[in-house]
Design a protein around this ligand. Sequence first.
Ligand SMILES: *Cc1c(COP(=O)(O)O)cnc(C)c1O
Length: 437
Amino acid sequence: MTSLPGSPWLQRQGAQLVLDGCSLDELATRFGTPLFVYSQRAMEDAAQRYLGALKGHPHLLCYAMKANSTLAVLQTFARLGLGFDIVSGGELLRALAAGASPDQIVFSGVGKTAPEISLALEHGVRCFNVESTPELERLAALARAAGRTARISLRVNPDVDAGTHPYISTGLKNNKFGIAHREAVAAYRRAAELEGLQVDGIDCHIGSQITQIEPYLDALDRLLDLVESVERAGITLHHVDIGGGLGITYDDETPPDASELIGRVLDRLRARGHGHRTLLMEPGRSLVGNAGVLLTEVQYLKHGEAKNFCIVDAAMNDLLRPAMYQAWMRVEACTESPGAEALTWDVVGPVCESGDWLARDRQLALQPGARLAILSAGAYGMSMASNYNSRGRAAEVMVRDGHSWLVRERENPAHLFAGERLLDTATLADSRGPAGY
Ligand SMILES: *Cc1c(COP(=O)(O)O)cnc(C)c1O
């Protein structure tokens, strides 16, 4: 019995790949493919690593649900007392449907629309992570109109040195996120004078799949410098939100454990005299990524002139990371066939795009009908799935200690066009007004 990289819950037992007591080949037979399978205990473990280290310090751990917004996943975290980081009205409704409490929800995103803001005000979310001054003005106006007060944090772009940390992609000057560091004090002054707003904290989010602690400490230092300037201007800040971004193991990455990261962050907060502030974190990938796999079945083996192609029934519409980010994801046979000859394959999907590949140049012993598992597919897998090529989205299964639950049915292609109209039955001009929530 051997554990696979990234998850002690995923093991090779004899020839079988097993996730927390469930044979993946058997799940593929029972539920069909493509199929996402998640280990609930792996998710709970990942959350406990954060919670354990935050214990004793005022905190709120908000799961960045865009990583995987399936209701059963959200419910798993809500039951552990986690809050949620949302980026749309749809995510708010999903989180509430899964049992989230609105006063543990923070609302991030550069493009919050008026209906989305109104919905969040109506439900009384804990904080709006505001990304620009025009957004501050819109939020204040909507809050006044609704007779509510919106608690806000400003997302500051810490502009952490790219030379030292080139992998950081969202905390630099030249991207769309956040308010520039040098404009932040003025933005806080504006927020403090706007009726309908209550300044509550400060936040940043410096990137994703970060495998070192130093960038977080650099960003934290920049935030604390600002906290000090803002408070000198007479505006009180209660919380510091350092965002998400902690990496996971896809291949041979060795990201720090969440508890180690938090230990260092709390040390820095205390060392700088900010130990009384509530710490918010918004992890996504690190809570779910290594907890999930995508199962797919080999359809055809095709020997091209330059390459061998293994054509499977999962595609870029199910798992976009390879096509979109050239991401490397580990591929394993669900059942190993010892003695079979291994060749080098490109694992590709049926979608009509050359970019539709899942893995390249992999040594695998294969035959048609065999099932493959794509590992570490729990984050930015199903939540980025689309219906491209009129493909229904995959089914999802949660496993725990040898038991399995179908938590999302396979999408029936007929559902995909159920909301469409042929021209002879379509409404000529829409009299219902703009879409809202
Ligand atoms: C995406 C995102 C996160 C989560 O990032 P991970 O890399 O998945 O941990 C957290 N906060 C904000 C604002 C985000 O946009």
